[in-house]
Design a protein around this ligand. Structure first.
Ligand code: SF4
Length: 167
């Protein structure tokens, strides 16, 4: 049985849909700039990861995460590279694991960032914020080409300001 979500998307009412196991190929490559960044941000209290989705909702969340970490709350927050944190146990994953507070800024209710990182770090309890629930827009839109860049920026700023008010 399916139910309609507030954004117009369809969700399952299955309370515990289970898990899938994914095997990730390891890499021997290390990015020295990324490791330096992770060391510099090790004592920053709030880590902010984002789903980084390629759709409109993901793009708004991505821009909002960047605004939070690089403009509005630079001293308090560390921007996480989700792919790096998810796929290898180096500096980015340590930032996620050791942060006093962890925010998962999700584009939508699929909650990819938090579900991914809960798989990489069992027991992780991020504060999940669904970006598209913080803004008003046409819920039928999907792609970033369906909204002007200025509108996307405005929505991202709205999301970022709302998140920063609660930090
Ligand atoms: S949370 Fe939503 S917008 Fe973000 S990557 Fe997942 S499906 Fe895409």
């Amino acid at each position: 049985m399916e139910e309609s979500k507030c954004c117009g998307a369809i969700g399952s009412d299955l309370k515990n849909p289970g898990h899938e196991t994914i095997t990730i190929e390891k890499t021997g490559n290390t990015c020295p700039m990324c490791e330096t960044y992770a060391k510099e941000k090790a004592s920053t209290p709030i880590a902010v990861m984002c789903c980084e989705g390629g759709c409109l909702r993901g793009e708004i969340a991505r821009q909002a995460a960047n605004l939070i970490c690089h403009k509005l709350a630079t001293d308090k927050t560390a921007r996480i590279c989700l792919g790096g944190a998810f796929t290898k146990d180096t500096g980015q994953r340590s930032l996620v694991r050791n942060a006093k507070e962890l925010i998962a800024l999700e584009g939508c209710f699929i909650e990819c960032a938090s579900r991914m990182m809960k798989g990489a770090i069992p027991g992780l309890t991020p504060r999940v914020i669904i970006a598209d629930s913080l803004i008003e827009f046409d819920r039928n839109l999907f792609g970033i080409d369906q909204m002007t860049q200025d509108e996307i920026k405005t929505h991202a700023l709205t999301v970022a300001e709302k998140v920063v008010r609660e930090l």
